[in-house]
Design a protein. Structure first.
Ligand code: 0A1
Ligand code: ZN
Length: 881
């Protein structure tokens, strides 16, 4: 366990290390209850460092068995060890340091370093896990060539893997064997990986653009061999796409993916040996939803793309994390857009950003995409680093245009290949190829908070001008009260009765769509030759990660929903309309009044359902009301009960008003063609299941029968799970016995498939009906739950606390007490997971005092509990500040 009062690390303190490692030789002796790690590091002193510079190696939870320099035991008075470091003195200029350490992987529940997932040995070294394996300069700017020999019992662990190419295998005494791997590419320790297991393999091959043959292998348990085809196809598509889109070719002869059950994140891009959470690699029609199929495709691509954006060119220090993550998310989201529907992907990404990253940027953990300080780097694998980072790279790509951006990327990869660099280096390449000045744009890297854009439009019929007044601001965030103006690209158009109007700005024609450079606090843009009063279409395709406000009338929103040519803006107009209607219904409910629902919202939905040319996935997205957690984060001092009630009543109302049309749409989107996770079929299923969810709000018996019918007939998990969710969420009296029967049937059918059981847990954890916490406690006592497995913890505790707002925020405060208990328990087992779970409590200041005070008490109880990890300490102390 880490110290109780850990220190803060600052970007401004960065300096190069005093010693470099050029070659790393490792030998692992793996046994059931311990592992002995032999390291041989070829090292030399930095040319600028003094001859008496100490060598400080990182090491955590290691038992040091021996230290030698150039083959000689190093005298005890020339080194010292504490719980985080091994420090050596009086070293020659260049030397070989050999250490032997012992570790206990079977006791490692943090899932960092070398640990056991079920019976297999595996590793997770990003960000600072390698120091739990052996003493090392565990920082990303120390890059070396790794040779790794793994030794283990042959019958239990027939498979011995590490990075690079296998160069030797052989037998050892006592039924043991070994394999030696050489990775010819210099890499930092965070990209190291090792696996010793008994797994089956699915193989394929890929011929690269220069004609090299690459062996592709996916290692899984025998029962999962039939669930690898989608990941394999996604991998080959990614490899081709990166060649065609970025000119990036794969560089080793072998590319391996290993699926593990116990994993803190989605997957990890270790050089040549990616390790994946099973949830991000396995996919099959019967067990996997469409959303999960798409996630597999996206994560496989993401990890593969890291081979260039992350591995060949890596980060100088962890403050630069978004250099590889923001860029790689941008690359994978473009890939997914090319493989599926671009507009749907864009809307889903924005939804995700707004519902998780915007609240993060408005809370106590707000940080720039290049943070200036941190306590525990594991806490910075955030939506800000990844998703806002993606948006910032997207803005750069859009500012430069396709060709120049590609040239900038080519320059970046060429210039920095084999190096550890900074976000400044990335932006400098973009500036160099385009001649653009990025100095103001750089604020996106340095400043936290979601900028606000207030836009107002005025039409002058006589002068035929339309004036847009744009004002930017950014709320204060921790340590940043006042901020210089951002450079915000504002994509816009003017929508007229017969389509987009021509744009003329200061005598220059801009076609029908343009991007305004918003760089000042307040700016005016005067369009001339505007022949009719338009409705402005703003932030098209979500051109910048900002909060835009424009006082649209509801009729204007309806006009945009019906007429805008930008898919994102049409969806957003529907969202704005829904938020307005729900807010007004909630207000009325608080005041004890009953208010007639604005018919315009229902009318807009009716039109959508009747529009045969509309993209079905977009219709499904537009039919969905904003979620309760989103509404809670959006509004000031929200009355959660009122919002819940308003939203639920509105859904019921829509279901009643549109019943016939929903039923028609439901039936017309049933399909008996063979299942494919294709964009077209996914769209169809998503619309059908959106209709099912609305229809299930009717309390008549036929609604229950419809759910049961779909559950029985479904030949894929998307439809089956949609039926299960509809049943679980039904408050119809007819559902009472049917509900438990369906839950039991589902569990018994799938109890041997952990990923399917997780979906069963998730559906129940998200259920908004009363009694949520009791249900959660029962689930945690169920044989299907295991607190040591992060997927289970996420499926139950995180879903309940993050998505089931009405139950989590129960007036008694029981939800907060429960979460505090879980964080305290997990702190001792898995600090990374414990720390991530604190987010819902960190929002206490934004809630009414009756709830906020109780949340704060729960945080204080965590803060005073013993042996706090640095992960949890940082989150709680910042939340309470
Ligand atoms: N680099 C990986 C994500 C990752 C980060 C940290 C981990 O452990 C703390 C594990 C994985 C990615 O972006 O996919
Ligand atoms: Zn990544």
């Amino acid at each position: 366990m880490k110290q109780a009062q850990p220190s803060t690390i600052y970007l401004k303190d960065y300096r190069q290390p005093d010693y470099w490692i050029t070659e790393t030789g490792l030998r692992f002796e793996l046994f059931e209850e311990r592992a002995v790690v032999h390291s041989e590091l070829q090292m030399h002193r930095h040319a600028d460092s003094p001859a008496d510079a100490e060598l400080v190696l990182h090491g955590v939870e290691l038992k040091l068995l021996s230290v030698k320099v150039d083959g000689q035991p190093w005298p005890q008075d020339k080194y010292s060890v504490d719980d985080k470091t091994l420090t050596l003195r009086d070293l020659p200029e260049s030397f070989v340091l050999a250490c032997v350490t012992e570790i206990e992987p079977h006791k490692n529940t943090s899932l960092e370093g070398l640990y056991k997932s079920r019976s297999m040995f595996c590793t997770q070294c990003e960000a600072e896990g390698f120091r739990k394996i052996t003493y090392y300069i565990d920082r990303p700017d120390v890059m070396s060539v790794f040779t790794t020999r793994v030794e283990a019992d042959k019958s239990q662990f027939p498979l011995l893997l590490s990075n690079g190419n296998a160069i030797e295998r052989g037998e050892l005494a006592d039924g043991r064997h070994y394999a030696t791997w050489l990775d010819p590419f210099k890499k930092p320790a965070y990209l190291f990986a090792l696996v010793a297991a008994d797994l089956e393999v699915v193989e394929d091959r890929f011929t690269t653009c220069s004609g090299r043959d690459v062996l592709l292998q996916i290692f899984v348990e025998a029962k999962d061999l039939d669930k690898c085809a989608h990941a394999m196809l996604s991998l080959k598509n990614s490899m081709r796409w990166d060649e065609e889109t970025y000119g990036r070719e794969y560089d080793l002869d072998i590319f391996m993916i290993v699926a593990v059950d116990d994993f803190n994140m989605g997957a990890m891009e270790n050089k040549g040996l990616n390790i994946f959470n099973t949830s991000c690699v396995l996919a099959a029609q019967e067990t996997t939803t469409d959303a999960a199929f798409q996630r597999v495709e996206g994560v496989v691509a993401h990890e593969y793309f890291h081979n260039w954006s992350g591995n060949r060119v890596t980060c100088r220090d962890w403050f630069q994390l978004s250099l590889k993550e923001g860029f790689t998310v941008y690359r994978d989201s473009e890939f997914s857009s090319d493989m599926n529907s671009r507009t749907v992907k864009r809307v889903e990404d924005v939804q995700h950003l707004r519902s998780i990253q915007f609240p993060e940027d408005a809370g106590p953990m707000a940080h720039p995409i290049r943070p200036a300080s941190f306590i525990e780097i594991s806490n910075f694998y955030t939506m800000t680093i990844y998703e806002k980072g993606n948006e910032v790279v997207r803005m750069i790509a859009n500012l430069l245009g396709k060709e120049l951006f590609r040239r900038g990327c080519d320059l970046y990869f060429e210039r920095f290949d084999g190096q550890a660099v900074t976000t400044d280096d990335f932006v400098a390449c973009m500036a160099e190829v385009s001649g653009r000045d990025f100095s103001q744009f750089q604020h996106w890297y340095e400043q936290a908070g979601t900028p606000r854009l207030a836009v107002a439009g005025q039409y002058d019929a006589e002068a035929q001008t339309y004036t847009l007044t744009v004002e930017q601001s950014c709320p204060a965030t921790p340590g940043q009260a006042v901020k210089p103006n951002f450079h915000i690209p504002l994509a816009m158009a003017l929508v007229g009765r017969r389509g987009l109007l021509p744009l003329e700005l200061e005598g220059e024609s801009h076609g029908v769509e343009t991007v305004l450079d918003v760089t000042e606090k307040q700016q005016q843009f005067v369009f001339s030759g505007v022949s009719e009063k338009p409705v402005p279409s703003l932030l098209r395709d979500f051109s910048a990660p900002v909060n835009l406000s424009c006082a649209y009338s509801r009729d204007q929103l309806l006009f945009l929903i019906a007429n805008d040519t930008d898919g994102f803006c049409r969806w957003d107009a529907m969202q704005q309309l829904a938020v307005a209607v729900i807010s007004e219904q909630a207000e009325a409910w608080r005041a004890g009044e009953s208010l007639v629902v604005d018919v315009r919202l229902v009318q807009a939905m009716r039109q959508l359902l009747q529009d045969e040319s509309a993209d079905r996935a977009m219709v499904a997205l537009m039919l969905a009301l904003p979620s309760l957690p989103y509404l809670v984060d959006l509004l000031d001092s929200p009355d959660i009960e009122a919002l819940h009630h308003a939203r639920a009543t509105l859904r019921q109302h829509i279901s009643g008003e549109l019943q016939a049309l929903l039923l028609d749409t439901y039936h017309s989107n049933m399909s008996d063609v063979e299942y494919q996770p294709s964009a077209e079929q996914i769209a169809q299923r998503s619309l059908k299941n959106a209709c099912l969810a609305y229809l299930s709000l009717q309390s008549d018996f036929s609604a229950i029968e419809r759910i049961q019918q779909q559950y029985q007939d479904a030949d894929n998990m998307t439809d089956k799970l949609a039926a299960l969710a509809a049943m679980v969420n039904s408050n119809s009296l007819h559902a009472e016995t049917a509900k438990q029967a369906m839950l039991d049937d589902f569990y018994h059918a799938w109890k041997h498939e952990a990923l399917v059981v997780n979906q069963w847990l998730q559906v129940q954890s998200a259920c908004a009906l009363p009694g949520g916490l009791e249900r959660i406690k029962a689930l945690m006592a169920h044989e299907a739950f295991d607190i040591k497995n992060p997927n289970k913890v996420r499926s139950v505790i995180s879903i309940f606390c993050g998505q089931n707002a009405i139950n989590f925020h129960d007036a008694s405060g029981s939800g907060y007490e429960f979460l505090a208990d879980q964080v305290i328990e997990l702190n001792a087992l898995n600090p990374q997971i414990a720390s991530r779970m604190i987010v819902p409590l960190s929002k206490w200041r934004r809630l009414p005092a009756a709830q906020g005070d109780k949340m704060k008490l729960a945080l204080e109880r965590i803060m005073t509990s013993p042996n706090l990890s640095s992960d949890v300490f940082e989150m709680v102390s910042k939340a309470l500040k």
